[in-house]
Write a protein that binds this ligand. Structure first.
Ligand code: HEM
Length: 149
C-alpha cells in the first residue's frame, strides 16, 4: 500500500499546484480587472479545495500508517527531532500543509460570503495566495518530480 499512497500523494501535488496557480491568477485578475465572478472561479476553487483535501487525507495516511519515514521517527521522537530530514516530514511538512488547507477553505468560504464581486475576488486573492505560498514552501522539491517515470 505504501508505494501506491506515495505515488498518489506525489502526483496529486500537480493538481494542487496547477489549480492553485489558476485560482490565484483569476482572483488577482478579477480584483484589479473589475471582472464578474463566474462559474470558472467556482469550478477551479472547487478543484483546488478538493485536491487539497485529498492531499490531506493521503498525507495523513502516509504520516500515521504507511510512511517508514514518520512511523520509524515516532519510535524515537527525540532523535528524529535532531535530524533535519526527519523533522521536516514529522513536524514542518504536515503542520504547514494543514494550515495551507485551512487557508484554501477560507478563500472559498469567505469569498462566497462577500457582499459584492470585488469583495469576492479580494478575499479569494488573499487566502488562495497564502495557501499556495505555504504549499510551494513546503513541497520537498529535492524528491522525484514525476515519481515512477
Ligand atoms: C496539502 C498539500 C500537500 C502537498 C502538496 C504535499 C506534497 C508532498 C510531496 C510532493 C511529497 C513527496 C512525494 C515524493 O517523494 O514523491 C510529500 C511527502 C510526504 N507528505 Fe505531503 N503534501 C501535502 C500535505 C501533507 C499532509 C497534510 C501530510 C501529513 C499530515 C503529509 C505527509 C507527507 C509525508 C509523511 C510524506 C513523506 C512520505 C514518505 O516519503 O514516506 N503531506 N508530500
Amino acid at each position: 500500500m505504501y508505494p501506491i499512497f506515495l505515488f498518489t500523494h506525489s502526483w496529486l501535488r500537480w493538481v494542487v499546484l496547477i489549480s492553485g496557480i489558476l485560482v490565484v491568477a483569476f482572483a488577482w485578475w478579477g480584483w484589479f480587472g473589475k471582472r464578474a465572478w463566474s462559474n470558472r472561479e467556482r469550478l477551479w476553487g472547487m478543484v483546488f479545495n478538493s485536491s487539497m483535501d485529498l492531499q490531506l487525507l493521503v498525507g495523513g495516511l502516509l504520516y500515521f500508517v504507511f510512511s517508514p519515514l514518520t512511523t520509524s521517527a515516532f519510535s524515537n521522537f527525540g532523535a528524529a527531532m535532531q535530524n533535519a530530514a526527519q523533522r521536516f516530514f514529522v513536524v514542518e511538512h504536515g503542520f504547514v500543509m494543514l494550515i495551507a488547507v485551512v487557508f484554501a477553505h477560507l478563500g472559498s468560504v469567505l469569498s462566497k460570503k462577500a457582499a459584492d464581486e470585488r469583495g469576492k475576488f479580494k478575499r479569494a486573492a488573499i487566502w488562495y495566495s497564502l495557501a499556495l505560498l505555504f504549499v510551494l514552501a513546503m513541497i520537498p522539491w529535492d524528491r522525484p518530480l514525476l515519481r515512477g517515470l
